[in-house]
Design a protein around this ligand. Sequence first.
Ligand code: SAM
Length: 232
Amino acid sequence: MAQEKAWENEYRKSKLLTKDNKPQSDVVRYVQYLIKQEKIDLENLNILDLGSGAGRNSFYFAEMGNNVIGLEISKTAIEIAKKYFNELMSRTVLDIKYVKQSIGEKFPIDDNSIDIVLDVTSSNSLTETEREVYLQETKRVLKPEGHFFVKALCKDGDDNAKHLLKDFPGVEKDTYKMPGLEVVERVWTKEDFVRTYEPYFNILKLEKKTSYPRMNNRSYKRNFWLAYLQNK
Ligand SMILES: C[S@@+](CC[C@H](N)C(=O)[O-])C[C@H]1O[C@@H](n2cnc3c(N)ncnc32)[C@H](O)[C@@H]1O
């Protein structure tokens, strides 16, 4: 509940978030990987966008002709996404359904029904208990050998993460509360990430990437994990 309020405030005041409609560049690269390496025909698939935000990645997959479901905790984020969706629908037909709910609760989705799941820096704020549900639910709804993309915050070699953990510690392991924002974030060592995801998914690729996200008109150097996973 606290995190729902924190994210809702973020979408209203927006210090941290992108509201643009272009897909995240790591998602674009992931799509290239799926097409070239996995030989996936990215059309008529069922896509689940966890923490779909203002919808940039769900639009991208829907425009390729896929059916997309976005689960999102912030009512305002869904309103922003739906507004753009309605604009797009005046030009083309897209299949996107947004559901307001936490990804730390049971998903309203059938077993083995999803081809690709996206988690683009959305599960960072889950508690350990919620994360267990998110992992089990993602596995349950994914088809056998279905694909799962995770972009998560990296602890290894990240000085900003180190400062945040020291100065603004959260209650649970490797979490901090973003100063002035109330949003909790979890950072991951490589070992910890592998230990958490590997019991559920095969790790096809795990890559560390440095980015410079902007907040309050400043850029911060942050490391991320880009994980290409597949249902076991
Ligand atoms: C950093 S934003 C990324 C949004 C989107 N994935 C993108 O790439 O544009 C994180 C998103 O996760 C959502 N979120 C955070 N905790 C959530 C939860 N427990 N359930 C559903 N959505 C959540 C936030 O509201 C926010 O939209």
